[in-house]
Design a protein around this ligand. Structure first.
Ligand code: HEM
Length: 201
């Protein structure tokens, strides 16, 4: 079968920027010395998520929320049939992974905003505790996400991590996205940089 483009540049660059910024923010969270790096990394997470929310509405085929946010029935059927049903081509996100992605985007936004409120010293300890709880929850979902990626790779016989770098998966030509959308890259980077700068003021 052919290899076709399913993830454009905005999804791939956005993903690795989000992953890198989250890890950096996590590693620098407890340090006074690295506070500004932490705030910039957290701001980058928020900027990438805001861009991704927009891209989920107007982006390429498999990037749209309508293509991967599915009801509980579809998630249950997918999980139950994971290793028993014949392999089904999964060009976009699978129904279970789709919900992990929604959770990661929501947690990225809420963790960033609670961090900003903590940074502004608006409400003492309260926002700080909320911020730490949200960050730990996000880390737990990231670990779950990694287990899901590994399981999905085995179940579908497709290296999903490589696909998140190259944008390519197995499939018929008519399932490919129309283009890699390089013109959206500056918008993504501007969104990340503006949020990082604004939240760190
Ligand atoms: C560290 C924090 C991470 C966060 C917050 C995160 C978040 C996300 C999000 C939001 C998506 C959806 C991408 C989109 O549709 O735009 C996604 C997909 C994906 N992520 Fe991550 N990710 C992280 C780490 C990783 C790592 C370390 C790997 C691999 C080693 C990875 C592999 C993947 C893959 C393969 C997909 C696509 C899954 C599929 O084909 O359905 N992620 N991730």
């Amino acid at each position: 079968m052919n290899r076709i483009l399913v993830w454009g540049w905005p999804v791939r660059i956005g993903h690795w920027l989000l992953a890198g910024a989250f890890v950096l923010a996590w590693l620098t969270g407890d340090s006074e010395t690295w506070r500004l790096v932490h705030v910039w990394a957290g701001g980058t997470v928020v900027g990438v998520v805001l861009f991704r929310l927009l891209w989920g509405l107007v982006g390429t085929r498999y990037a749209r929320f309508t293509s991967f946010v599915r009801g509980p029935g579809a998630v249950k059927a997918y999980l139950l049939g994971l290793f028993t049903q014949p392999r089904v081509e999964q060009h976009g996100h699978n129904p279970a992974g789709g919900w992990a992605i929604v959770a990661l985007l929501a947690l990225g936004l809420l963790t960033g905003l609670s961090g900003w409120l903590t940074y502004q010293e608006i409400s003492g300890e309260w926002f700080e505790e909320l911020h730490e709880t949200l960050a730990s929850t996000m880390l737990a979902v990231v670990l779950l996400h990694l287990v899901g990626v590994l399981t999905g790779s085995l179940a579908h016989g497709e290296n999903l991590v490589r696909a998140m770098f190259t944008g390519m998966k197995r499939g018929d030509a008519d399932a490919a996205i129309a283009g890699a959308r390089p013109l959206a890259i500056p918008l993504l980077l501007a969104c990340a940089a503006t949020c990082a700068w604004w939240l760190a003021r």
